[in-house]
Design a protein around this ligand. Structure first.
Ligand SMILES: [Zn+2]
Length: 277
């Protein structure tokens, strides 16, 4: 009897545990978005396509047991999403966030919606790392990295797993490489930077809902992506964004050439806060 009571108490506790999901949103990885001008935050069709995918992910997470979902408007200046059209159960996070992306709030899981691949990825639709005009390449501990790798490492620093990504095939592959058990929803396949084969909005929403729901069962099973030891973040800017003469004075900075700088940190977070691409 006592054991049964204990088992019941443990089960009840597990049910009562809050399961919060933080969604990082972007535009270049959304189904039906394949041209640069569509990524303008005020483009009405893109906003509708992106919001539809976000709301499908939100619904999937709630159906999978989430207790709270936060949606960060992460595309270009955080000016794309509207509280008028976001699923009423979700919280909309607006504005440019600190380097930690508020992960000190210890979400149960992080997810990507509308994500693109890193700069210099063959077959990546509008592939770039943080800024297509400003950054040529980004390296983390010497290896090419983009938003997927650095933000998954950021979540990992806080012991938070990334459980889901929707985007193009190249982006999904890049998450799988560092986080093989994450759920992915591939909504289009890139032919080149501005050519793709896309699902319809309806089909992508259905797929995202299903995979997001499945992802919730992986909380606790997916290991956070933690980078051990000292970390370097190297940024090669584009020609028009060459370094200023005082760049070498920044904490932890090592100037490599006229437009390349490497930041050293004792761990990921220190290097990341110093680099802040
Ligand atoms: Zn992006």
């Amino acid at each position: 009897m006592k054991i049964a009571c204990l088992a019941f108490a443990v089960a009840a506790l597990a049910l009562a545990q809050p399961k919060t999901v933080f969604i990082i949103t972007d535009a270049e990885g959304v189904a039906g978005v394949c041209r640069q001008e569509q990524t303008n935050p005020k483009d009405p069709e893109m906003r509708q396509l992106l919001t539809g995918e976000i709301n499908s992910a939100v619904a999937g997470f709630f159906d999978g047991g989430a207790t709270d979902v936060f949606v960060w408007d992460g595309h270009d200046g955080s000016a794309t999403l509207s509280a008028l059209t976001i699923d009423s159960r979700a919280h909309l996070v607006m504005g440019v966030l600190p380097a930690t992306l508020l992960m000190e709030r210890h979400y149960s899981a992080v997810a990507f919606v509308g994500q693109h691949a890193r700069a210099n990825t063959p077959g990546g639709v509008m592939a770039h790392s943080y800024s297509s005009l400003g950054i040529q390449n980004l390296l983390m501990n010497g290896s090419p990295a983009g938003e997927i790798e650095t933000r998954t490492a950021l979540a990992g620093w806080y012991n938070t797993p990334v459980i889901f990504l929707s985007g193009d095939r190249a982006a999904a592959g890049q998450l799988k490489k560092i986080d093989p058990d994450a759920e992915t929803a591939v909504v289009k396949e890139g032919i080149d930077n501005y050519a793709c084969i896309s699902l319809s909005a309806e089909a992508s929403r259905r797929l995202i809902h299903q995979r997001a729901q499945a992802a919730m069962s992986k909380i606790g099973a997916i290991q956070p992506y933690r980078i051990k030891g000292p970390v370097t973040i190297q940024i090669e800017y584009t020609s028009r964004h060459a370094l200023t003469p005082d760049a070498a004075l920044k904490p932890g900075a090592e100037v490599i050439d006229a437009r390349t700088i490497r930041f050293h940190g004792k761990d990921f977070l220190e290097a990341w806060q110093r680099a802040r691409p």
